[in-house]
Design a protein around this ligand. Sequence first.
Ligand code: 13P
Ligand code: SF4
Length: 352
Amino acid sequence: SPSDPDLVERARAAKEKLGSKVFVLGHHYQRDEVIQFADVTGDSFKLARDAAARPEAEYIVFCGVHFMAESADILTSDRQKVVLPDLAAGCSMADMATAEQVAECWDVLTDAGIAEQVVPVSYMNSSADIKAFTGEHGGTICTSSNAKRALDWAFEQGEKVLFLPDQHLGRNTAVRDMGLSLDDCVLYNPHKPGGGLTVEQLRAAKMILWRGHCSVHGRFSLESVEDVRARIPGVRVLVHPECKHEVVAAADQVGSTEYIIKELDAAPAGSKWAIGTELNLVRRLANAHPDKEIVFLDKTVCFCSTMNRIDLPHLVWTLESLAEGSLVNRIEVDSETEKFAKLALERMLALP
Ligand code: 13P
Ligand code: SF4
């Protein structure tokens, strides 16, 4: 829907008043009405890397979800304040792994006698607590654009990987990119004693996948791939690696949001694409490429509801509050958590 011109003008005026004091970051899943005010847009890796790009900015307004704002706080100086325009913009996947559950899992691995062989690899989509656990136990963070490099690194450090919280990204990367088999992977269920696994299963596994998933990407199905192929002959199916393994296996191409954008930019006029990722991004891509046929992989899948919480009214309120000198919705990771979370994030940023 077109943005309210009065709100657009207010956001513009507040941003102008703040000048170089504010740096606005926007994830690709944000609404158009918000993304138009972003100084930098990106996937979660690019935004983590770019968060520290404007050290002179006192405020970093993060148009994305909570774990991204936490990561930006960890990776920037204490002088810079990270602000999330709606504090309710969380991520259901990140919520699927709590610090208590992960500590319990580590006890299970210790009791099975394998903890010393295990390197944790945590997806960016996790709380700062989980990132700190990862750093403290010798592991790294990854995003959907560097998961293979993170796993290559992890398997140089140890024999097994505990991958959390997204089972799909973990499984897809292991099987597609690392040459592992589905049998090398086991699924650890944090709601069951011992993760629902036997000691023998844990000892035999190479990849211990946390039972988490994205509520948006997890809804794309194999039927949606088959349907679109039948409907649009010659269509190329391009999906995000948070989709289920069977969807990824049936797709033509797989990659992060940044990859999806680049592939469509490079695609020839007249080419046909079905995209399996969040709807705001797919719509923006379809509008940006009128010479290509770009459809959403499955019409029953919708927006990421928490990404969508950041809307123009919240952005206006945030920018106007900051312009009036009132610091609202600050996201601040405590220094103890930050120490090890930063170690894990820096290992990711140093991956070859
Ligand atoms: P990327 O930004 O790494 O593509 O991840 C998508 C996502 O789900 C972010 O929440
Ligand atoms: Fe979380 Fe999925 Fe939304 Fe990304 S798209 S923020 S992983 S729920």
